[in-house]
Design a protein around this ligand. Structure first.
Ligand code: C2E
Ligand code: MG
Ligand code: MG
Length: 398
């Protein structure tokens, strides 16, 4: 869908800013425009219209009903398909709003910092198609417990790999294994569509064991081609209650001929913090056996320094929400600087996730960040395509 086919409603109390937004949207060629000066009148308009707009551009700071309350109403009553927040919002808060809206099937495409510009609006509205298609996948791909079980049994779920490279010299040092479900009809299903069900149905250790074993097998092949890479494996929070996990992972890597210190297990910050006390024993045993432990999505989980220092992590992955666009957003840059400082004090390796542009790469290099992962370097690819993907990668010129 081109921008000219989109319909957008601007919800903004400030008259000048509202007119400004409308003018920029007109410049972008957007045909279907409407406006409202506050949340109540916007809801009124939306409820009265037979065709809801594709996108609502919502100011968060409005008198009466603020933008978050407004988005909550829109989501619950299904009055629009997608929302863009017109305020600088840090990724943790944006994440909260996105989660809240998604529960009702409303997409929050992203936030744009004021002053609005044509380019900023074009970038965020341009993702409408992608994000809606990603969402449509949920409906197209019927995921049932039975076909997931079959998928696991028939090896239809496989690891794809995304490189992590050193920022100092561009050298690939590791790959993150990301689960992909390759269906018979050729459809490749991303993990958001099936991992939650796997977790709910108690199949998660089967998935992790499978991902670990398959990834080790690929690693051995690359080793033989002279490509030496560590493996990063995503582990679900449920492992924290799985007393047998440490022994099982040790046995799997031994069987596949890989050393535990070549494997880094990634746990999301929020999952570990929710259950730190219970999980400490499992995490400590994994460390004892030599596995690396990484805090994934760092910055979205609100952990304190004292909590972090108690858990035997070896690596911290800065969440992509703070990384992409950081070179032009001082608040994101501040979070990155604080994360790097913390990592230095706790002697953790650091990976920046979601590096998409040369500018962000350059900023991370200047700040002394250790490793980078993201579309700038390579997309996740099947194992057989990894050597070629690495061959295409060139470190940006300084
Ligand atoms: P994650 O571990 O934080 O993985 C990073 C996600 O960011 C991946 O999405 C990756 O494809 C995507 N990504 C990488 N670079 C960029 C970039 O430059 N820009 C953008 N916009 N995105 C980028 P993916 O593969 O869809 O995985 C989503 C999440 O699913 C993962 O987040 C991880 O939490 C979970 N997951 C994936 N595989 C497994 C698995 O085997 N087990 C478990 N328990 N969770 C998994
Ligand atoms: Mg990860
Ligand atoms: Mg992450």
């Amino acid at each position: 869908m081109s921008l000219s086919q989109l319909s957008v409603m601007v919800v903004e109390d400030h008259g000048f800013q509202r007119r400004m937004a409308l003018r920029l949207l007109t410049d972008l060629g957007i045909g279907g425009l409407s406006e409202a000066a506050d949340g109540h009148s916007a809801l009124h308009l939306l409820e009265g219209s037979s065709q809801p707009p594709d996108v609502l551009l919502v100011d968060l700071d409005m008198p009466g009903m603020d933008g978050i309350e407004f988005i909550g109403h829109v989501a619950q009553r299904q009055l629009a398909r997608a929302v863009v927040v017109a305020s600088a919002l840090d990724p943790a808060l944006l994440n909260t709003v996105q989660t809240m809206a998604r529960a009702y099937g409303l997409r929050v495409l992203g936030s744009v910092e004021k002053p609005l510009t044509r380019d900023k609006l074009a970038a965020v509205l341009g993702s409408f198609d992608d994000q809606l298609h990603a969402y449509d996948d949920d409906e197209v791909v019927e995921v049932t417990v039975a076909n997931l079980r079959d998928a696991l049994a028939n090896n239809e779920i496989e690891p794809w790999f995304q490189p992590q490279v050193e920022l100092g010299n561009g050298k690939p040092v590791a790959v993150e294994a990301l689960a992909r479900w390759r269906r018979n009809d050729g459809h490749v299903v991303r993990p958001v569509h099936f991992i939650p069900l796997i977790e709910r149905e108690g199949m998660v250790s089967e998935l992790t064991d499978h991902m670990l074993a398959q990834s080790c097998r690929w690693k051995r092949q690359w080793d033989q081609q002279g490509i030496r890479l560590n493996l990063a494996i995503n582990v679900s929070p449920q492992v924290l209650g799985d007393e047998g996990a440490a022994d099982r992972y040790q046995e799997i890597v031994r069987r596949e001929g890989v050393a535990p210190n070549e494997v880094i297990l990634e746990l999301t910050e929020s999952s570990v913090m929710a259950d730190a006390a219970r999980g400490l024993g499992v995490l400590a045993r994994l460390r004892l056996k030599g596995f690396g432990l990484s805090i994934d999505d760092f910055g979205t989980g609100y952990s304190s320094l004292s909590q972090l220092s108690q858990i035997p992590f070896t690596e911290l992955k800065i969440d992509q929400g703070f990384v992409s666009g950081a070179h032009k957003q001082p608040r994101k840059r501040a979070v990155i600087e604080a994360s790097l400082d913390l990592a230095r004090k706790l002697q953790l390796d650091v990976v920046a996730e979601g590096v998409e542009t040369v500018e962000d790469w350059q900023m991370l290099a200047d700040l002394g960040c250790g490793m980078a992962q993201g579309h700038l370097i390579a997309q996740p690819v099947p194992g057989e395509e990894l050597p070629a993907a690495l061959g295409r990668w060139r470190r940006p010129e300084h």
